[in-house]
Design a protein around this ligand. Structure first.
Ligand code: NCD
Length: 305
């Protein structure tokens, strides 16, 4: 039995197979409509979510399965003091697979060590978010035809942005990837990711605080929200929240085949006027997330179609 806590637990080959499966689901959804009949997914969300929880639920329904769960810690026994380990043991009695989001880094790992069913990390604090990475990778592959030989800029909150951490970790295993890190000084990518992932894998990277300066060199731009909930001071958040705002004017200087990604929710970092630009891929990314979660559920439940 396997869980998915960190994207590194999947080999590049397995990720490629998940993307092949998602492509097949997109082409022939009917083939998968009964694949998880009789199976239950539990969504245990101790932190707010729209896309991740609903896409997991939609994914399970589209596989013919059922869903149970909660969407806030207050409505679960965590509010009475139950531990993550106990919650995982209990929910294993009701469900065949668990998707968990938690504000504490490592909570889904603890759940996976105590559950008797697979656990999927649906975001743990400012740490990791592997299923968003699966959505990001499928979007890159569908837009560019392959995952290699491009320059990707990560812009915004690189310190707390867990989607950034997981995507960098995944991309470090593909070839010909160059990374440009665009953030204010206060929100730079953590040193451990630079050392243990970028440097260890020989990935060429640079750091810059000026989006306009590097935009023309990018093939992919991954915008992110400043992660308000991880800040200790409201004042600091207010000072940094509008550090970068992508506008149609700024995009005039970008490549014609740039792909703009964003895990969403967006606050101000992409002007609504950008949405009509064919380079805006963030709503496609949402849909791709559902298909990759379908593929992942099939894999972890060992269902063959
Ligand atoms: C992201 C998250 O939860 O980390 N959202 C998502 O799952 N698509 C990004 C964010 O909240 O900024």
């Amino acid at each position: 039995m396997r869980s998915l806590i960190d994207i590194q637990e999947l080999s590049v080959r397995e990720i490629d197979e998940l993307m092949d499966c998602a492509d097949d689901i997109i082409e022939k959804p009917q083939k998968y409509a009964d694949a998880c009949r009789g199976k239950k997914l539990a969504t245990l969300f101790f932190e707010p979510s729209t896309r991740t929880r609903l896409s997991f639920e939609a994914a399970m329904y589209e596989l013919g399965g059922n869903v149970l769960g909660f969407s806030e810690a207050q409505s679960s026994s965590a509010s009475k003091g139950e531990s993550v380990a106990d919650t995982a043991k209990v929910v294993s009695c009701y469900a065949d697979i668990i998707a968990m989001r938690h504000p504490k880094e490592g909570a889904p790992l603890v759940a996976s060590m105590n559950a008797s069913v697979p656990v999927i990390n649906a975001g743990d604090g400012g740490h990791n978010h592997p299923t968003q990475t699966l959505a990001d990778l499928l979007t890159i592959r569908r837009e560019r035809g392959k995952i290699s030989d491009f320059t990707i800029g990560f812009c915004g909150d690189l310190k707390f942005g867990r989607t950034v951490h997981s995507l960098i970790s995944a991309l470090s295993r593909y070839s010909g990837i160059k990374v440009v890190l665009i953030s204010p000084d206060e929100l730079k990518l953590p040193g451990y990711i630079k050392r243990d992932i970028l440097e260890k894998n020989g990935i060429e990277y640079s750091e810059n605080s000026d989006l306009a300066e590097v935009l023309p060199s990018l093939d992919i731009l991954y915008m992110t929200r400043v992660q308000k909930e991880r800040f200790f001071s409201e004042e600091e958040y207010l000072r940094l929240k509008d550090s970068y705002i992508l506008t149609p004017e700024k995009l005039l200087h970008a490549k014609k085949d740039l792909a703009v990604l964003h895990p969403l929710p967006r606050v101000n970092e992409i002007a609504v006027g950008v949405d009509a630009d064919p380079r805006a891929c963030y709503f496609k990314q949402v849909l791709n997330g559902k298909y990759m979660r379908m593929a992942l559920i099939l894999k972890l439940l060992e269902v063959t179609v």
